[in-house]
Design a binder for this molecule. Sequence first.
Ligand code: AMP
Length: 435
Amino acid sequence: MRDILPPESGRWRRFTSVFADVVEAAGYAQLIPPLLEDLGVFTRIGDATDVVTKEMYDFVDKGERRVALRPEQTASVCRAFAQHRPAALPWKVFYSGPNFRYEKPQRGRYRQFDQVGIEALGVDDPMLDVEVIALGWEFYQALGLRQVTLLVNSLGEPDDRARYVEALRLHFEAAGEELSEQSRVTLAKNPLRVLDSKRAPDQPFIESAPQIADFYSPEAANHFDAVQAGLRSLDIPFAVESKLVRGLDYYRRTIFEFQGGTLDSAQNALGGGGRYDGLVEALGGPATPGIGFALGVDRTLIACDDEGCFPAEPRQLDAFIVDVVGGLEAVAITAELRSAGMSADRGYDNRSMKAQMKLANRSNAAFAVIVGEQEAADGTVVAKPMNGGDQVTIPRSELIAHLSAARSQDTRSQDTRSQDTRSQDTRSQKYGTHD
Ligand code: AMP
């Protein structure tokens, strides 16, 4: 677990707001589930996964309830659906916030990590699968990430999946002791998850394993074909990866993963999701189809660093007030600027002009606004552009207009620059370069 300090924390906030903009434009509204749930919410979704069996922060609370810090949020969304029974379907929600898993920490893997995600419940239409996948893709584009690979697969209908799992079990059992010890343990619980193994001895058996596509019922095959056709119609590049299974157990039919191009293979999944048509029912609700994804914030930001996009930037202030006549002028000017919608900070403790100018330099402000004896007596201020240029003495009453004019000129010149370079799409310019 770690602290996210400024200016990195500002980037986290922008990340969530870019995500909200992308998914709200498609009708998804925010759900804020609690961090803590009844342990059963998670054990019911997959007792054969490490996430649930080994990595959960679960404990008994003061009321003797078994509870857990959420390891993911899809289960919470489904629990909320089962509890509140929304009438209008699909119920389209998005979420963002921390999850907890007792994993071995390393680059891109933490015990507290953030996810943003969406879930759409109550509709079976493969075009909803297309929408969900496309929104994930669009979000990465909005961040400016270019090296993202989209992998899709279908696990078939529950019956197809069951027959496939049985075929896999026989296949891997035939490997006997040659399979890694960990995979033999996994095999006893869930043969599908053996396909996830990255261990060397398992690889030849994974290579020669039966293919899920040979087990699809006509309905499952049609659904998957429709999803692929939809993605093609949107020009979203993807590859069908028949060995993609994904961590949690509850998936049916469509599953997908977004992989980054710059991370180690054990940590290259930026996000993923799929259809989970049985999950709401498992949590006590009516039989309800659902589909969604979760994208890891921590890991996606590492990918952004690697690709040099969506940088952390200190916030740009409009003005830093340097008041060397006691501090009350700065009280008035910062209040005036802030109520006019501008950002302003100031020096404290009545420090010398030189000390305050140093702070102004460090503050990343567009202007230092200086009030000395003369200015205080005349009702003027000195506006000094911090990126060079001449300082001017202006009446106090003109300060806001002066700073606004400089700000819009600056925005115009940035717009011209970005039109010239055309290096990123409109959304990443809007969000990526200035707050
Ligand atoms: P999952 O919920 O396991 O499907 O994970 C979805 C995404 O969340 C992954 O692709 C990662 O980006 C992120 N994620 C999962 N576990 C962790 C972790 N321990 N630390 C950082 N990110 C994680």
